[in-house]
Design a protein. Structure first.
Lengths: 300, 275
C-alpha cells in the first residue's frame, strides 16, 4: 500500500493515474455510446423498449428497411454534394486568401486572424444571420445579385428545392473558409524561403514556383486539411437546423441532420442509429487519413 | 512601385476583403437597429435611418434572455472545468513519453474527436435515459460536451506541454522535488498560457453548443441561449430585427473575447491542429 502511494506521488503511478481517469471517462462516455449505437442498429427499438437493454434482435432488418426508403439515396447524394461543395469552396477561397496574406505586409497577421470570427461564432447564430441574408423577398443577397444583374427575379433560397441545399453550402463555406485559411497559412510559413530564392535564380516564374515548390511542399498539409474539412463538414448540424431544417421535402436534408430527425422528431431510434453507424464509418475513414497525414507530428 | 506603396496597396485590398467577408456580421448588427418597416424596405438600407435601441431591452425581457444566457454560462463553465481537470494530466503524459502506448492513446483520442455530435446523440440520449441522467439535464449535457470536446483540448494542450523543456522538470526532480511537486510547481505554471487559451476555445464552443442541449434538455427554464434562438426562429418568422438583436446580445461577448485574445487564440489553435 505504501509503495503504491509513493509510486503515485513520485513514479510511474503518477502518469498512470493522470492518464487513466480521462481515458476511462472518454471510453465510458464516447466509446461506449459508439458501441451502443452499433448494437441499437441491429435491434428493434420503439418507445416501449427504450428503457431496456434486451430488445429483440432483428439482424440487418434496419439496414434493409433504411435502403428501401425512397428518400435514402437522395439524402446520401445531398450529403456527398454538401461535403464536396463545402470543402471545394472553403479550400479554394481559403487557399487564395492564405496565399494573399502570405505576402508579408504590416497588419497582415492581425487582419488574417480577424477572419476567424466566423469560426468562433455559435453555429446557430451563423445560421440565423444567413437565414435572414438568404430570405427570398427581402434578403440582401437577392438584392445584391439583382443590382449586379446576375439574376432577374428573386431566388427563394430556403424554400426552392433547387436551391435549398446550396443555401446551406454557401453558409457553410463562409463558416469554414477562415479555418482553412489559417491552417494553410501555417503550412505556407513552414516552407523554407531559400527554395524560392534558388528557383528564382534558375529563372522560374511565379506560376512555375507555385506548381513545383508550393504545392508539393504543402502536400501533407493539404491532405490533412481536406480530411479535417470532411470531418467538420460531416459534423455540421446547426446550419441545417437554423436555415432549412432539411426541407423543403428533404431537398436539403443530409445524413447528419436526418439521423437526428429520425430519432428525435419521428422517434425511430433504431433507424437513427443505423444511419449514424453508416456515417460514422465514413468519418472514421477520414480520421485515419487525417492521422496518417499528420503522423510525423504525432510521433514528434 | 516602392515597398511602402506596395504595403499600403496590400493593406487596402486586405481590408476590403475582410469587409466583404465580415459583411454578414455587419448585417446582423445593422438589422438589429432597424425598425419593422425599414427592415423590409426595397432597396434595403445599409445604415439605419433611425436606430431603434429599445429593441435590445425589449428582446432581453420578452425572450427571457437572462435565463437562457445563464444556462449557457453554467453549461459552458461546467464543461470547461470538467475538461480541464481531466484533460491537462492526460495531455501532459501524452506529451512526456514517446512509445507505442502513447501512439495508441493519441490514435484513440483522435478517433473520438471526429464523431459528429448529431450522430452520437441517439445512443447518448437512449443510454442517458436508461441511466436516469435525463433528470439532471444540464449535468447530462455538460458530460456529453466534455466527452465530445476533451480530445480537442488534449491535442491542443499536449502541443503546449511539448514546448516545455523536459530538462527543467528533470532539474526539479534532481533538486528533490517529487513528480507531483515538479508537475504542479514547474511544468504547470510554464504551460499556463497554453492551457488558458485552449480552455477559452473550449468555452466558446460549449457556449454555442446546440445539438445536445436541444435533444436532452426538455424543460424551457434549463435551456441554453442556442436553443432559445432556435425556438425564436419559427418557420415563418418576420421579426428579423428582434432575432438579430437576440443574436447580437448572444454573440458579442464571444466576439469581444476573441478580438482581445485573437493573436494567442490563433497561435494556440494552429500549434495543436496541424504541424
Amino acid at each position: 500500500m505504501k509503495r503504491l502511494l509513493s509510486s503515485i506521488r513520485d513514479g510511474r503511478g503518477f502518469d498512470i493515474v493522470l492518464v487513466t481517469f480521462p481515458l476511462g471517462f472518454l471510453l465510458l462516455m464516447a466509446g461506449l455510446p459508439l458501441l451502443y449505437n452499433v448494437l441499437m442498429s441491429f435491434q428493434e427499438v420503439d418507445m416501449f423498449s427504450l428503457g431496456t437493454f434486451w430488445r429483440p434482435f432483428v439482424g440487418f432488418k434496419n439496414y434493409a428497411d433504411l435502403f428501401a426508403q425512397p428518400e435514402t439515396w437522395p439524402i446520401l447524394g445531398n450529403t456527398a454534394l454538401f461535403v464536396v461543395g463545402s470543402i471545394a469552396g472553403q479550400f479554394m477561397i481559403g487557399f487564395g486568401l492564405a496565399l494573399f496574406f502570405w505576402v508579408n505586409f504590416p497588419g497582415a497577421s492581425w487582419l488574417r486572424g480577424l477572419f476567424l470570427v466566423s469560426w468562433v461564432m455559435p453555429g446557430l447564430v451563423v445560421g440565423a444571420i444567413w437565414n435572414w441574408i438568404l430570405s427570398g423577398d427581402f434578403g440582401v443577397l437577392n438584392f445584391i445579385l439583382r443590382e449586379s444583374g446576375i439574376i432577374s427575379g428573386n431566388i427563394f433560397w430556403r424554400s426552392d428545392p433547387n436551391y435549398s441545399l446550396y443555401a446551406v453550402i454557401m453558409a457553410n463555406i463562409w463558416l469554414g473558409t477562415a479555418f482553412n485559411m489559417i491552417l494553410l497559412s501555417v503550412g505556407l510559413a513552414s516552407i523554407p524561403g531559400d527554395l524560392y530564392e534558388a528557383a528564382e535564380l534558375d529563372g522560374a516564374n511565379a506560376w512555375q514556383r507555385f506548381w513545383t515548390i508550393t504545392l508539393p511542399m504543402m502536400r501533407s498539409t493539404i491532405g490533412a486539411i481536406i480530411a479535417l474539412g470532411l470531418i467538420f463538414t460531416l459534423q455540421q448540424f446547426d446550419l441545417f437546423a437554423s436555415i432549412t431544417s432539411g426541407g423543403p421535402n428533404n431537398s436539403s436534408n443530409v445524413t447528419q441532420y436526418w439521423a437526428w430527425d429520425l430519432s428525435f422528431r419521428q422517434y425511430d431510434f433504431a433507424k437513427g442509429a443505423t444511419i449514424s453507424v453508416i456515417m460514422i464509418v465514413f468519418v472514421m475513414i477520414a480520421a485515419i487519413v487525417y492521422v496518417r497525414s499528420t503522423r510525423h507530428e504525432v510521433r514528434g | 512601385m516602392s515597398e511602402t506603396n506596395r504595403n499600403r496597396l496590400m493593406l487596402v485590398i486586405a481590408i476590403l476583403m475582410a469587409a466583404v467577408y465580415l459583411f454578414p456580421l455587419y448585417w446582423m448588427y445593422i438589422t438589429a437597429l432597424k425598425s419593422g418597416s425599414e427592415m423590409f424596405a426595397t432597396p434595403p438600407s445599409f445604415w439605419p435611418s433611425q436606430p431603434q435601441w429599445d429593441t435590445y431591452p425589449f428582446v432581453w425581457e420578452s425572450r427571457n434572455m437572462g435565463r437562457y444566457l445563464w444556462n449557457s454560462l453554467v453549461i459552458a463553465s461546467g464543461a470547461v472545468v470538467l475538461i480541464t481537470v481531466l484533460g491537462v494530466g492526460c495531455a501532459y503524459v501524452l506529451a512526456r513519453y514517446r512509445n507505442v502506448w502513447v501512439d495508441i492513446g493519441l490514435f484513440l483520442i483522435l478517433m473520438l474527436q471526429v464523431l459528429p455530435a448529431s450522430l452520437m446523440i441517439t445512443p447518448i440520449f437512449v443510454g442517458y435515459s436508461q441511466l436516469g441522467m435525463l433528470n439532471y439535464p444540464r449535468l447530462a449535457v455538460i458530460i456529453a460536451i466534455a466527452a465530445k470536446s476533451m480530445p480537442f483540448f488534449v491535442v491542443l494542450v499536449r502541443a503546449t506541454f511539448m514546448a516545455v523543456p523536459q530538462e527543467l522538470e528533470e532539474a526539479a526532480l534532481v533538486d528533490g522535488n517529487s513528480r507531483v511537486g515538479a508537475f504542479f510547481n514547474i511544468v504547470l505554471p510554464l504551460a499556463r498560457n497554453g492551457i488558458l487559451v485552449s480552455a477559452i476555445l473550449i468555452f466558446m464552443q460549449a457556449f454555442g453548443e446546440f445539438v445536445y442541449s436541444k435533444s436532452i434538455i426538455q424543460a424551457v427554464e434549463l435551456q441554453p441561449a442556442s436553443v432559445g434562438l432556435n425556438s425564436f426562429m419559427g418557420p415563418n418568422t418576420n421579426e428579423w430585427n428582434r432575432i438579430m438583436a437576440y443574436a447580437t446580445i448572444y454573440v458579442t461577448p464571444i466576439l469581444a473575447i476573441f478580438v482581445l485574445l485573437q493573436r494567442r487564440i490563433v497561435s494556440g489553435l494552429t500549434s495543436g491542429a496541424i504541424k
